[in-house]
Design a protein around this ligand. Sequence first.
Ligand SMILES: O=C[C@H](O)COP(=O)(O)O
Length: 267
Amino acid sequence: MAQAPITLGISFKMYFGYAQTLEWCHRIATLLAHHPAVVDGRVSLFVLPSFPALAPVLDCFANTPVGVGGQNLYQAPPGAYTGEVSGAMLAEMGCRYVEIGHAERRRLFAEDDAVVATKTRIALAQGLIPVLCIGEADRGEPRNAIDECRHQVDSALALATPAQRSQPLVVAYEPHWAIGASEPASLAHIAAVCQGLRDHLSTHPSARVIYGGSAGPDLLTRLAGKVDGLFLGRFAHDPAAFEAIVNEASLLASNGSAARNESSASD
Ligand SMILES: O=C[C@H](O)COP(=O)(O)O
């Protein structure tokens, strides 16, 4: 029975400059592109740099299992949208992932559920794997967060065709209040909401539910089996920290305790 991969992704947001982005990526390519768990697919990695660095980052990870993607795409086919980037161009360049619906896009750029749904449909149509960011705005009980997050997932997939709904999908559960904070949400909160999302996505067996929001070394180990991976930010800016988290994932995968089996991904 195949073990579903533990998925680890990082977005640099707008923190890194061009040279720093390439330095991080070359370091990770050196450290991890030949890591056994990465090579054999037990640990799946993706990196989301700023747009100007996409081409060299794609080159850096060419012929490695590390996936690369955009942090955004525009909610329309290619056309007269000055300053924007199409899903078609991301796919043409060789991106495998695209981030959609991050809390910062919602808060700073007024992206709403309708925009997120359109972007998700376009991403899937282009064969990109959406890194669909969802999460409750305010700290509260897990049951309320589950309701809010389930609504966001349903809304995001509302325009996708049945066939597109069976395509790979990464659901990044990021409570807004844990992003950019000093520490992640509690283990109990993360576990409860991610389980609620797994249950909700039972008809979408290729969906992976990962956690983001001040995630760093040790969190994956403490969450063993409760999430399908992590969506990392600041606490993986140090390549050594990212490497440590990949090693944690590798160990968990070896113990068979971190990710669901492919055939029971909806359990
Ligand atoms: O894109 C990444 C997430 O928003 C988490 O960021 P953070 O770990 O810096 O809070």
